[in-house]
Design a binder for this molecule. Structure first.
Ligand SMILES: O=C1O[C@H](COP(=O)(O)O)[C@@H](O)[C@H](O)[C@H]1O
Length: 345
């Protein structure tokens, strides 16, 4: 990912003995960029922003000196005035990674969540990205799925299909005629051209146990065929990008606060039959798989989620670790927040 360092006016305030707060103010496009970069003890820099375009500086960065987990490579937090701005930035971020991995490998492995995330992906299927992304290289997975038929209103597959994968785009076409090739001025309306065989939905005819096992077997097959990478650090599959949501209780995927599944450290995919959020039967990636992803994006909007965001990024003293606080990534974890979700930071 592109990174830029900037010489910014930095204000440092000691908030508590363990938390050092560093402020950058970046007033560009109504977007505040909060950047956390835990490369060591409180190293903070501004990343991923075109600093030449900043008129005045207006953002806040938090550095938790000494409290960063050793496994955390890099953490970035971006705060947007509106969900519309967030969706625009998320589309660019995803398209840039698609380009990067498309050049490095023949596949781009993308993991979706259910919930509100899907709406925030809408700008990916609009110009300029709809035309420029190499959709043929995309492989789509779900970080969690409800064990319901694929056409059920609770299905995460259905949500993604209706809100993203089936979205139409106008694709220009070249046609042969007597005079040579002609560009069709009435382009064809097509759905997102990801090959159907690259979309890995669960087998909805199976029990939760069976569906989890079946999905894990599918992932192992993709690893064996070099479509899915393996983390040399953990031995778990290494997805290129996971697009994660977070519930108001701080859950990610179907890993809920205080549930034993949060401690699973062997399986790649597991199941739950007593989810506190309906429907009760689900399958989910485990934390070792989530945290072995190259890039993880946590996309969180709304005031109802400000508490867990504060627990994860702010100056919270809560002893109970929420699932969202357990998320990391092999290369980079980026938080995409709207200002309501960031309101307690
Ligand atoms: O049940 C689920 O909830 C989370 C969060 O959903 P949101 O609507 O609050 O964004 C979602 O990420 C997960 O995939 C889903 O199964």
């Amino acid at each position: 990912m592109a990174s830029a360092s900037a010489s910014l006016t930095i204000t440092t305030t000691l908030r508590s003995s363990s938390v050092r707060r560093t402020a950058f103010y970046c007033g560009h496009h109504r977007t505040r960029s909060i950047v956390l970069n835990r490369l060591g003890f409180g190293g903070v820099s501004l990343i991923g922003a075109n600093t030449k375009r900043f008129d005045s500086l207006k953002a806040t960065a938090f550095s938790m000196a000494g409290t960063a987990a050793a496994s955390e490579k890099k953490k970035r937090v971006e705060v947007f005035d509106t969900e519309e701005d967030l969706a625009a930035s998320l589309a660019k971020y995803t398209a840039d990674l698609s380009d990067k991995f498309g050049k490095e490998r023949s596949s781009f492995t993308v993991v979706l969540s259910g919930g509100s995330l899907i709406k925030s992906l809408r700008k990916l299927v609009e110009p300029p990205y709809s035309d420029s992304i190499e959709w043929g290289k995309w492989h789509i997975f779900w970080v969690d799925e409800r064990v319901v038929p694929k056409d059920h209103v609770d299905s995460n597959y259905k949500l993604a299909y209706d809100g993203f994968l089936s979205k139409g785009m106008f694709v220009p076409r070249l046609y042969r005629c007597n005079a040579g090739y002609l560009l069709n001025f009435l382009p064809i309306f097509e759905q997102v051209p990801i090959p159907p065989g690259n979309v890995y939905a669960i087998n909805d005819a199976l029990s939760p146990e069976g569906a989890a096992e079946d999905y894990e077997t599918c992932l192992k097959h993709l690893v064996a065929n070099n479509i899915l990478a393996t983390s040399s650090a953990t031995g778990f599959p290494k997805f290129d990008l996971m697009l994660l949501g977070m519930g108001p209780d701080g859950h990610v995927a179907s890993l809920f606060p205080g549930h034993d599944l949060c401690k699973e450290n062997k399986k790649w995919v597991t199941f739950i039959k007593d989810s506190p959020k309906p429907p009760p039967e689900r399958i989910t990636f485990t934390f070792p798989v989530i945290n072995s992803a190259a890039y993880n994006a946590l996309v969180v909007c709304g005031a109802g989620k400000a508490g867990p965001v504060q627990a994860a990024l702010g100056n919270s003293q809560n002893a109970n670790v929420l699932p969202v606080q357990m998320v990391s990534a092999e290369e980079e974890l980026t938080w995409f927040l709207d200002k309501e979700a960031a309101s307690k930071l």
